[in-house]
Design a protein around this ligand. Sequence first.
Ligand SMILES: Cc1cc2nc3c(=O)[nH]c(=O)nc-3n(C[C@H](O)[C@H](O)[C@H](O)COP(=O)(O)O)c2cc1C
Length: 252
Amino acid sequence: MRPQAWVSVPPILIGIDQGIGSPGSVACVILQGTWDRAWETAHIAPGLSADMLQSMSPEQIAHLIRARRTHKRFSGAAVSPEHLSWLVELLRWAPNHRVTQPWRAYVLDQPATHALGKWIADHRDVVLRHSDKPEKDRAKIEKLLSYYFPSLGAIIQVTQVRAPSEHQDREDYAAVSAGVQNMLLGAESLGLGHFWSTAATLCNPAVLQHLGIDPERERMVASLWLGGVVAQPPVPPRQDPDHYTTWISPSL
Ligand SMILES: Cc1cc2nc3c(=O)[nH]c(=O)nc-3n(C[C@H](O)[C@H](O)[C@H](O)COP(=O)(O)O)c2cc1C
């Protein structure tokens, strides 16, 4: 849980977590403050303590947001149960209208991830029976089983509890998406590779039912794939803010 080495580089601390990837390959930049204090903040006293707030500059937060990247290769290292619990805890701090807390998380550590891979391999036909594009999905299953599953360190299936009205359902989906982003930023800060996937196989009703998820009651928002970093992915280009921003004139 606790990074094994801390190097103090004011105004940030760099923690090297040797539990993931090859030794020293994962350097996670933690906004200033110790791991213990962050853990305490999350579990005992939600809300930032005064010294933590002072030590987090807006640019450090912006840096974390900009540095987050989708990883499509993983090293094969496991993700620890402590890190998985820490990430799941971040879900609940997303904004959610009327505090509906519509998220659910199904955590598969590495042994459970490998067991799911085996189950899918043994039940290809059951999974494909629920597919509207069986030929395409058969190829996707093969890639998932041969390429991704052996290298993943964990999976967290994040769902939204369906709401009684269309309006609330849309708002709750947005809330869970915000929660997933919390988890992605958390994973980035831990130096973990992460991938928000909506891969058809992991959203397949047969797979969901196997995991104890009722597809009538909950819908998939993210199959969050986690693992050790192999390489920093390229940065997909972003439009300039001017492209999507309209400043409203007060004289409107
Ligand atoms: C709702 C959602 C679903 C996604 N599903 C997939 C997916 O199934 N396959 C995939 O390759 N990438 C998927 N992505 C990741 C995007 O491809 C990725 O975010 C995009 O390329 C931008 O890269 P970045 O995340 O590194 O900024 C998904 C992202 C979101 C938000």
